[in-house]
Design a protein. Structure first.
Lengths: 181, 181
DNA sequence: AGTACCATGTAAGCCGTTACATGATTCT
DNA sequence: AGAATCATGTAACGGCTTACATGGTACT
């Protein structure tokens, strides 16, 4: 009953008309931090959205490509979802789960996993900062500046937290809250 | 191929032996920020884990309840997954998607959605801070302190970012990057 | 001619949600 | 006795991933 893919597609088309192929790449690039979808999901969803008159084909190009745009009804539905629909805040993050379980490991292994995460966060930060730098010259940026700023801040918090965990003095691993006698 | 539910269950049982019913509640409480599962998924998963000798029944109580504990093989599998398995960092966060799409709204509506998010973040922060306060006296805390600290820091970043968006001077809504002439 | 990439679709199967279903224990 | 809560299970359905499948266009 979530059906967020529908609104993700509507949202991307509200930014600019696109082919299914372009949407697929956009999911990988701009949206990869919060949503993801494969082409095998996107093409059928576009067909359903077209049947519901929420999007329409506005052009056919080379290689059988179809360019879709959002309709007025689609904009209304997108607006309704953003403003009126109750957000589903449940998340499903394997990284979060790992972070939650990592204290169960012994010191050396725990540090190793934190260091792996740290390397990933540094890479994310570098990518986001490159994006921010590139946006200042771009005439039509891919992403909104404040969102990039938020990503940088969150990753900075993650980085400093992970750094503290790596530097921290040894704490007990194994079963939580029990003292092994 | 992700199969993280399996490792989430193993991880919770590594903290302490539990019944399926207790695991269900723990998913709602401790793990709600990164993973979720219903009892209809947990009971069959426990049966599969038992068949694979990764968990075992260590007691039967009132009302037909079965208490499970992780086995040595289960601990080995959990450790292997945490240390060796390549993390799947793809996320699926409706809140993230909403944040990404909110700039498409006009000023008034955009502010309203940021304010709704702000209220939610404040509530999260209050809950986390209450948890931190309660943990100092508890003999066997439910959650590890550094993880709570991380949650507080991330939510603080979100709060200040949302606050800036609410206070920000009006910026263009509508189709991104285009100037409506 | 061959390779790489653009572009769209379908099918099988797993994962997760909602709904259905049952029974035990405790409290009033 | 009835309601609330504890406790465990199964079934139907839809979403998402992986894999299968096809063809167009550009480059060398």
């Amino acid at each position: 009953m979530t059906m967020s893919l529908r609104h993700a597609v509507l949202g991307l088309l509200a930014r600019r008309p696109s082919t299914g192929y372009e949407l697929t790449r956009t999911f990988d690039r701009s949206l990869r931090s919060s949503w993801h979808a494969r082409h095998s999901q996107i093409y059928p969803e576009l067909a359903k959205l077209e049947a519901a008159d929420l999007v329409e084909v506005v052009g056919r190009g080379a290689r059988r490509s179809k360019t879709y745009d959002i309709t007025e009804a689609g904009r209304a539905e997108l607006r309704r979802w953003l403003v009126e629909a109750e957000p589903d805040r449940s998340q499903r993050s394997e990284s979060g789960l790992r972070l939650f379980l990592t204290p169960l490991l012994e010191t050396a292994e725990r540090r190793a996993t934190y260091e792996r995460d740290l390397a990933h966060v540094e890479a994310e930060l570098a990518a986001l900062e490159a994006l921010r730098a590139g946006m200042q010259s771009a005439t039509e940026p891919e992403v909104f500046a404040p969102q990039v700023e938020l990503g940088i801040r969150v990753n900075n918090v993650l980085r400093s937290w992970l750094h503290e965990q790596v530097e921290a003095p040894a704490a007990s691993g194994g079963r939580h809250g029990r003292t092994e006698t």
